[in-house]
Design a protein around this ligand. Structure first.
Ligand SMILES: [Fe+2]
Ligand SMILES: [Fe+2]
Length: 224
C-alpha cells in the first residue's frame, strides 16, 4: 500500500471526534511519562502499521485503531512492571474509552491484552480475532528492518539500565539478544509480508559479526 493512501485513510478515520479525543489524550499521557523505547513515536509507527495491515486484512478499524493507540499504555501506568504491560494496559484502557460501548471496550481491551502474541517472556493469551491479530502484528512489524534495529537498541537501553536485565548491559549480551527476532510470531498474511520486506538488515548475521568483533576484548582474561 502506498504511504499516501495510508495517511489519507488514517486521517479520514481520525475525523471521528471520539477517536481524535482519544488520540490526543493518549499522546499526552505518553509524553508526560516519556518512556525511552515505548514512547509516542513508537505508537505512531504502530498506528501506521495497523492501518496498513488492518485495511488489507479487512479488519474492523473501529476496534483496531483505539487498541493500537492504547496498546502500550501499561508502560505508562506501570513502568516498573514491563513484563505485565499488556495486562496493565488492558485494565487501564477503560478510563480512556468512555465514548465507546461496553462491548467495544472489551474488544479493545482484549486486543491490548494479547498484543505480544507468543513473544518469549510474555505469557498472555494469543490473539484469536482478526482485530487482535492485526494489533499484534502491527506491533511486531516495528521490530524488523533498520527502524526495528534502532528501536531494539532503545529497548535494550531502557531495560538494561532501568530494568536491570543483565545481558543488556554488555555488548556481547546485546549481540546475543539480537537473535530475539527468531522468536517473533506473526498472525496475518500482511504482517508476514511486511516483516519479510524488512529483512535487511539480517539480525542473525549482525549478531554473529558483532560477536566475532567483540571476541578480541572478551577473550582477554586478567591474570589476577
Ligand atoms: Fe507492547
Ligand atoms: Fe508496542
Amino acid at each position: 500500500m502506498e504511504p499516501q493512501k495510508i495517511y489519507t485513510e488514517l486521517n479520514r478515520m481520525l475525523e471521528e471526534p471520539r477517536l481524535r479525543k482519544l488520540y490526543r489524550a493518549a499522546e499526552a499521557a505518553f509524553n508526560e511519562k516519556d518512556p525511552i523505547a515505548h514512547n509516542w513515536e513508537h505508537v505512531r509507527r504502530d498506528i501506521l502499521h495497523a492501518v496498513w495491515i488492518g485495511l488489507e486484512e479487512g479488519a474492523d478499524m473501529g476496534i483496531v485503531l483505539p487498541a493500537m493507540i492504547l496498546h502500550d499504555l501499561g508502560y505508562v501506568t506501570h513502568s516498573h512492571d514491563p513484563r505485565q504491560h499488556p495486562l496493565h494496559g488492558s485494565r487501564e484502557c477503560y478510563r480512556f474509552l468512555g465514548d465507546w460501548t461496553l462491548e467495544e471496550q472489551e474488544k479493545i481491551s482484549d486486543c491490548i491484552l494479547k498484543h505480544k502474541g507468543k513473544y518469549p517472556g510474555f505469557e498472555h493469551a494469543e490473539p484469536r480475532t482478526l482485530e487482535e491479530k492485526v494489533v499484534c502484528d502491527a506491533d511486531q512489524v516495528d521490530k524488523f528492518g533498520w527502524v526495528g534495529f534502532m528501536q531494539m537498541m532503545k529497548v535494550y537501553v531502557e531495560y538494561g539500565y532501568l530494568m536491570g536485565i543483565e545481558r543488556y548491559k554488555t555488548l556481547a549480551g546485546l549481540a546475543e539478544a539480537m537473535t530475539h527476532i527468531e522468536g517473533v510470531t506473526l498472525y496475518t498474511e500482511t504482517g508476514i509480508r511486511l516483516a519479510a520486506e524488512r529483512s535487511d538488515p539480517d539480525f542473525l548475521e549482525i549478531s554473529s559479526k558483532l560477536s566475532n568483533g567483540l571476541s578480541l576484548y572478551d577473550d582477554w582474561k586478567e591474570p589476577f
